[in-house]
Design a protein around this ligand. Structure first.
Ligand code: ADP
Length: 395
């Protein structure tokens, strides 16, 4: 084995991690520490296909990551024998200054921390994880990989809000995008699969968070997430696009506070707000049983997606490939069919058997004569982060 990279995705209340071989992509161990800051924490560590569950006392990021490292030593592989070459950290917001991955020293960590006002729900948790990991694993290089980096050179027309310009400048308000590591990984994979580097492609990353991107010749030219991951598609718990005046209305008429509105739009809306469930499988099941709210939620979800496909085809002046990825995109054949069925006029024709066949491999699901190639390509953000980490650290 060529050694491993530990990939850490430290959020405000959870730490996801994966130890993997950056060349082969083989995952040695992975896990999820949840409920940071709650009365009790919980850790799931998976190694050799076996899941180990641990209840923990109350944990902060330091105690949480210490518990993760202890789990490695207790359940395997022992960190001293795991050949860790570097640690890669997922960071949501890189602002205007980070257009690519960066090796972490004290100065870089402070600069990422200074971006927290732009991503108050994400960067503080990312930075807390980085600080603790650098302390606990001081002998290997640490690298930050930004969700925004792939969109750092969006054309200005796509990145600029039509907001009074001095105010936008003063508060660094622009469209930064997110999920960029996934959009880059998937669009690169599509170029390789189709053997073309001049593609006009749309990537639909449909997980619990969801985003769309338009990519021409490997460069992102538009994306659906904006200043924060709240803009764009309907998500598990986020509204996506909505008239900003709804916020004024809730404040003035409903008397809600800013934090309450933030929580409502980010955590209690989307599929969950419309149906009570943020998991697409449960929404599907309800809709199948005739639940009208679930049916409407699916229609809103599909309608929004179709609008993005149409508008991105217009932005790019044509379309060669549409690719579905992440939990919903990779698994839900019905949503793929519902979104694309009316788009025959764009040259999109699905192959029903290919669309419904179950597979975990990257695959083409359009009909042989379809002018636009439709694909399903499983994303692998951890592998992408591990590879960026090795490139930057030279480890
Ligand atoms: P995250 O954004 O948390 O990384 P994932 O990419 O893992 O999310 O996607 C998680 C979502 O994928 C789940 O909330 C669920 O809605 C959806 N999902 C997973 N499997 C299926 C399936 N078989 N059919 C429909 N949706 C699925």
């Amino acid at each position: 084995m060529s050694g491993t990279v530990l990939v850490v995705n430290s959020g405000s209340s959870s730490i996801k991690y994966q130890l993997l071989d950056p060349d082969s992509g083989d995952v040695v161990a992975s896990g999820l520490l949840e409920r940071i800051g709650e009365p009790s924490g919980h850790l799931r560590h998976t190694v050799d296909g076996e899941k180990h569950e641990r209840d923990l006392p109350q944990v902060d990021h330091t105690a949480g990551l210490s518990a993760v490292l202890a789990a490695f030593d207790e359940l395997g592989p022992a960190l001293a024998d795991a050949g860790i070459r570097a640690v890669g950290h997922r960071v949501v917001q890189g602002g205007a200054e980070f257009s690519g991955p960066v090796a972490l020293d004290d100065d870089a960590v402070s600069r990422i921390d200074a971006l927290s006002p732009l991503a108050p729900l994400h960067n503080p948790g990312n930075v807390a994880g980085i600080r603790v990991a650098r302390e606990l694993l001081p002998d290997v290089p640490h690298v930050a990989v930004f969700d925004t980096a792939f969109f750092a050179d969006l054309p200005e027309a796509a990145a600029t809000y039509a907001l009074e310009k001095e105010t936008a400048k003063k508060y660094a308000i622009k469209r930064y995008g997110a999920h960029g590591t996934s959009h880059q990984f998937v669009s690169d994979a599509v170029s390789t699969m189709l053997g073309r580097d001049d593609l006009r492609q749309i990537v639909l990353h449909l997980g619990n968070g969801a985003s769309a991107s338009a990519v021409v010749g490997g460069r992102a030219v538009d994306t659906s997430m904006g200043l924060t991951p709240l803009e764009g598609l309907v998500m598990g718990t986020r509204t996506g696009d909505m008239d900003p005046a709804v916020v004024f209305h809730l404040r003035r008429v409903g008397g809600l506070g800013v934090d309450e509105i933030d929580d409502l739009l980010n955590k209690r809306s989307g599929l969950k707000g419309l149906t009570g469930h943020n998991d697409m499988r449960e929404v599907r099941e309800l809709a199948g049983a005739g639940d009208a709210d679930a049916r409407l939620a699916l229609d809103v979800y599909g309608h929004r997606l179709r609008k993005y496909v149409g508008s991105y085809a217009a932005v790019m002046g044509g379309l060669d490939a549409v690719t579905f990825t992440a939990g919903v995109g990779e698994n839900d054949a019905l949503i793929r069919a519902e979104v694309l069925a009316p788009l025959g006029f764009l040259g999109i024709e699905l192959d029903d058997a290919a669309n419904t066949a179950r597979s975990s491999e990257p695959r083409v699901i359009s009909a042989p004569g379809s002018a636009v190639t439709v694909l399903v390509v499983p994303t692998n953000e951890e592998l992408a982060i591990a590879r960026h980490t090795i490139e930057v650290s030279g480890a």
